[in-house]
Design a protein. Structure first.
Ligand code: PEP
Length: 252
């Protein structure tokens, strides 16, 4: 049995005080949610404070990106080691907004993925097609390319330590959710790519989250699908009561 994961990606929202208030408000709302893992991903500046506020609870803290080098002349960047130091256990990698706004390639994602694993962080690696790619029937081809390049040279053991997030770009922040059937088909494709590379045991272990306009109203339908192991939530993760509702309704 794969334990579901509900992760909130706060993007460039929340000051330190706001992050701490959020975590304090969320803690009692999700204290009894043992059926899933709960992760919040604040911006860099609020990581340490959010991790302190979450200490002793069932809420883990993720960063939204990091550089692959341990240290160096990379102005504005943050290393995996710095994330660990700030109290993170997870890191989101390859989010479509990083790919679009910062021209991140699958090869960059691969380097970051290996650096995260090397540092002992759990990567949550995002893949997904754009609207043009879906409408031109290229979804499978795009996922296959992102998988073969982004997850290149990963061992089965490393695969068992990561999470994937299928996030169709056209569903992110648009209010347009993939239907549970559409999401399940892409999850099945990704799981079978893992199976082809590493075998069925690893494929059955890896958690694949869905992301794209997940809300309290649609989480149940999504997690009811066998291959959907939770959600990566953007907009609806910014209010503690909405996020808690998604966590508590993700029982499947
Ligand atoms: C995201 O940022 O990963 C995301 C899925 O955003 P939203 O839920 O707002 O679509």
């Amino acid at each position: 049995m794969r334990k579901p994961v509900i992760a909130g990606n706060w993007k460039m929202y929340k000051t330190i005080d706001e992050a701490v208030r959020f975590v304090r408000e969320l803690r009692p709302l999700v204290a009894r949610a043992e059926h899933c893992e709960i992760i919040v991903a604040p911006p860099f500046t609020a990581l340490r404070a959010a991790a302190d506020a979450a200490r002793g609870s069932n809420i883990a803290v993720a960063a939204q990106d990091a550089h692959w080098d341990t240290e160096g002349a990379h102005t504005g960047d943050i290393s995996m080691r710095m994330l660990l130091d700030a109290g993170c256990t997870h890191v989101i990698l390859g989010h479509s907004e990083r790919r679009q706004d910062h021209w991140e390639t699958d090869e960059d994602v691969n380097r970051k993925l290996k650096a995260a694993l090397g540092a002992g962080l759990i990567p949550i690696v995002c893949v997904g097609e754009t609207l043009v790619e879906r409408e031109s029937g290229r979804t499978e081809e795009v996922l296959e390319r992102q998988f073969s390049r982004g997850f290149d040279a990963l061992t089965p053991l490393e695969f068992s330590r990561i999470m994937m997030a299928y996030e169709p770009v056209w569903a992110i922040g648009t209010g347009r959710t993939a239907t549970p059937e559409m999401a399940a088909a892409s999850h099945a494709q990704l799981r079978s790519l893992v199976g082809d590379r590493c075998g069925d045991v690893t494929a059955n272990q890896i958690r694949i989250l869905y992301g794209g306009s997940v809300k309290p109203e649609n989480i149940r339908g999504l997690v009811a699908k066998a291959g959907i192991d939770g959600a990566l939530v953007g907009g609806a993760s910014l209010k503690a009561d909405w996020f808690a509702a998604i966590v508590n309704d993700s029982r499947g």
